[in-house]
Every structure is written in C-alpha cells, then in structure tokens.
Design a protein around this ligand. Structure first.
Ligand code: 5GP
Length: 192
C-alpha cells in the first residue's frame, strides 16, 4: 500500500536493533482516518473468506484490529499478556517471545471468546520474527477454530518471520514490506 510506505518514509524513525518507530500514527498517537484506510484494505483482501472474528494481541494491535473488525461487522478479541483479576481461569494460552520487550509472555484468551467453527482473521501492527503470529495461530488451533489468515501493517521482511509461516500454508498479507533499514542513515527500503 503506497500510502503506508509514504507515511513510513515521512514519519518513521529507525532505531538501533532493527526497531522502526511509528509513534506518530500507529504506536503512540493514532492517525484514525489513515488507520481506517488500512483497515479497509484488509477488508478488501479478506472479504470473501467468511471472517466472523478478528484476533490481535495487546496493546499496539488493538486499534487497527478494532477498525478492521468494524468493516467485517464482527467482534474483535485481543489476547492479553498478563493475567488480571478480570480474566477467568478458563483460558487458552501460548508462550510468545516479545520482540520489543525481550521477554516471554504467556498470552491468553478466555475460552468463551474463541470457539470451534470460528473463522478468525489475525491482525497485528508488525511482523518481525513471527513469534506473535505463531502464538495467536496456536490459540486459534487450541480453540478448534480456523485461521483465515493474517493482515499485517508493516512486515520487516528481512527478519524472515513470514517465510516459515507462509510455507506452512498460512495466508499472510502485509500492507508494507520493509526490505532493509539502517539506523545510522535513517533509511528504509521496501520490497518491490
Ligand atoms: P514478532 O513476534 O513477529 O517477532 O514481532 C511482532 C511484534 O513485535 C508486534 O506485535 C509488534 O508489536 C512488535 N514489533 C516488532 N518489530 C517492531 C518494530 O520494529 N517496531 C515496533 N513498534 N514494534 C515492533
């Protein structure tokens, strides 16, 4: 999606450790009209797939996932990263290594919110090594539901998380695919 690539070039900042900071429109301040355009794009990619639920992981996937769910007219479920008093014991859970925080979270969803027969579209802001997607796909499998695919805003293709998942047969659609980034020069290039 050209508009997303342009936005990344204009507003993104490359940090050491291959981290792309897009706080001005996605990860801190949210450009809601622009995110709606991205959500519309996910809808047009997956509109024939029978999606009846959108799943993401807290916190930064929630905004784009909620906007996407609005186009599908279906609920959004977000996996929680820590157990709080308002989550029941009856959960599906999966270990996910966090790219940005360098720790392992036991992510969980209450069993009531993922059911056999659900056709689930996973939405997330970034795809790096694929840990978050793997964990979310695992939760869907545990529920006996179906993974329709994943919609990602920014895939850092050079970190290769998408390759093994696509070869397992998962449909992963990314709106921008970063080929390389350099923290010293601040440059970002995209996959053609
Ligand atoms: P993965 O699990 O694919 O290694 O990493 C994806 C998760 O890490 C996403 O949910 C996202 O929140 C976070 N992430 C990975 N790379 C970046 C990045 O360059 N910038 C930001 N802001 N988040 C990232």
């Amino acid at each position: 999606m050209k508009a997303l690539e342009d936005k990344i070039l204009k507003e993104g900042q490359v940090y050491p450790g291959n981290v792309l900071k897009v706080g001005s429109f996605l990860n801190h301040q949210i450009d809601v009209p622009f995110m709606c355009e991205c959500a519309k794009e996910f809808y047009s990619l997956f509109k024939d797939a029978g999606v009846n639920k959108v799943l993401t992981i807290e916190a930064s996937g929630i905004a784009i996932a909620a906007l996407t769910a609005q186009y599908f007219e279906c609920p959004l479920v977000f996996a929680k990263k820590s157990k709080t008093s308002n989550i029941a014991d009856n959960v599906y859970s999966s270990a996910v290594k966090s790219f940005t925080h360098n720790c392992v979270n036991q992510v969980m969803v209450e069993k009531a919110y993922l059911n056999p027969g659900d056709k689930v579209l996973v939405i997330d802001d970034f795809l790096a090594h694929g840990e978050a997607l793997r964990g979310l796909f695992d939760l869907i499998d545990q529920a006996g539901a179906e993974v329709v695919g994943a919609g990602i805003l920014i895939e850092k293709a050079f970190q290769n998380g998408g390759t093994p998942l696509r070869s397992q047969g998962y449909r992963i659609e990314s709106l921008a695919r970063v080929a390389s980034m350099d923290a010293d020069s601040g440059t970002v290039t995209f996959v053609e």
